[in-house]
Design a protein around this ligand. Structure first.
Ligand code: ZN
Length: 436
């Protein structure tokens, strides 16, 4: 996608700042903060402008960091090496950085008001297993490598935001935590973000998640999902001499056919996917076990619960059918269990939230329009607990997420970074005095 490069602020732009930011200023004000909203002050804050001006001349630095980070493997549950580099880079940007117990990198930019925190987060992990070739191939502004966009672009933008604020000596009103978190993908089950929300819950006022590329959307609705594993076991035996004994694969197939015929509503949108199925040891053995993994998602928690029960009922029915048709039950029967591998809670940001107002104001400044989306991201955790959160792209464009052909094009990425910066400062506020 082509994106308009963002021009330097002109007089006309300055006017737009004043006019547009004057409006949302009240709604940006936090009920928790006695101070006036930062929106109107942002408009004529020279340090904020200096921070915004940092991006364009530093695009190649940002691209280089993105390539460097992407080339450090970060499979699920193996983010340590990448975390160490991100820690160093956030430290270089003048932040006090730690790695917490969960493995998250947490860099603090202390605000005038330390009692209130705004988190900006970009997940460290990728979906790719150890051994995946993560070498970045560059061709002009385009880079290709697994994880380059999701979430190489988010982590690079996180570093750039910290750098820009350092360069311009911006001191926020509320403390900003720059977080690069573990466990966003798959069976990581958002464990990094869960730890962040746990650790800072009392002080946490807003979370801005940078995930993937683009500037076209803002995720304000958290898609609830559950991942389940069904396991069926039996005595196992020989394909000829033990023919007729209950077969776990047969039972699993019977269950699966029932399950995929389950009716789900188009609204609230509800989906299911059998993503993995395995079992058996050889073609001439009655297997002793079979398992499948299912991902279910819905706009409604009730539908999720209904679908989870449907899966259990289908497993029970499949096992019963297989037992009923087995002519040799002397060596034992089938056992089954269904386990929850992961659960991502749903939630929604209220339309009148100060965070959404800050994003909208930022969009106006950079000449962008955002479509509201529902998706499953790190923002699920704060949203499910009633803490304001959004997930946005880090700018530029990309595609092929979760595939080996994943690509990222940095053209116009400064728009995304400016948008993120203005959103974060819109919600954190900017303190009067200069940071040193
Ligand atoms: Zn991601």
């Amino acid at each position: 996608m082509n994106r308009k490069p963002c021009r330097k602020l002109t007089v006309k732009h300055a006017l737009v700042w004043v006019i547009l930011l004057a409006m949302p200023a009240r709604s940006v004000a936090s009920p928790h903060s006695p101070r006036q909203a930062p929106g109107s002050r942002l408009a004529d804050n020279p340090r904020v402008r200096a921070a915004l001006d940092w991006f364009t001349p530093n695009i190649s630095w940002v691209n280089d960091q993105q390539a460097r980070i992407t080339e450090i493997p970060a499979p699920p549950f193996q983010e340590t090496q990448r975390a160490a580099i991100v820690k160093e880079l956030l430290g270089d940007a003048g932040l006090a950085v730690q790695i917490d117990k969960a493995g998250n990198v947490v860099g603090e930019l202390r605000g005038a008001n330390e009692k209130e925190i705004v988190v900006v987060a970009a997940h460290l992990d990728t979906v790719f297993p150890p051994g995946t070739d993560v070498k970045v191939h560059r061709d002009g502004s385009r880079m290709t490598a697994p994880g380059i966009s999701d979430n190489g672009s988010g982590v690079a933008a996180l570093l750039a935001l910290a750098r820009a604020l350092q360069f311009a000596h911006v001191k926020p009103e509320r403390t900003i935590l720059f977080v690069s978190d573990v466990g966003e993908e798959g069976e990581g089950n958002l464990r990094g973000m869960r730890a962040i929300v746990d650790n800072y819950r009392e002080r946490l006022k807003a979370v801005v998640v940078l995930d993937g590329s683009g500037t076209d959307h803002v995720t304000t609705k958290a898609l609830a999902s559950r991942r389940l594993e069904a396991l069926i076991t039996g005595p196992g035996g020989h394909s000829w001499s033990d023919f007729g004994m209950p077969n776990p694969i047969n039972a699993l197939v019977r269950s699966s056919v029932r399950f995929i015929n389950t009716k789900v509503p188009a609204s609230p949108r509800t989906t299911f996917n059998i993503g993995q199925i395995e079992g058996g040891t050889s073609v001439n053995s009655v297997p002793h076990e079979a398992r499948l993994k299912v991902d279910i998602r819905s706009e409604s928690e009730d539908e999720l619960t209904r679908l989870e029960s449907a899966l259990r009922e289908c497993i029970i029915a499949g096992v019963r059918d297989e037992m009923d048709s087995a002519r040799d039950r002397s060596k034992g029967k089938l056992e089954w269990k269904v386990e929850l591998l992961g659960s991502r809670p749903g939630g929604e940001l209220p339309l009148d939230s100060p965070l959404l107002a800050a994003l909208r104001a930022a969009d106006e400044i950079v000449g962008n329009e955002s479509r509201i989306e529902r998706s499953s991201t790190d923002a699920n955790i704060p949203l499910s607990l009633g803490i304001d959160a959004i997930s946005i792209g880090a700018g530029g464009s990309g595609g092929g997420a979760h595939s080996l052909q994943e690509w990222y094009d940095s053209a116009g990425r400064e728009t995304g970074m400016k948008r993120a910066l203005l959103t974060i400062l819109g919600i954190s506020g900017v303190a009067e005095e200069k940071a040193r």
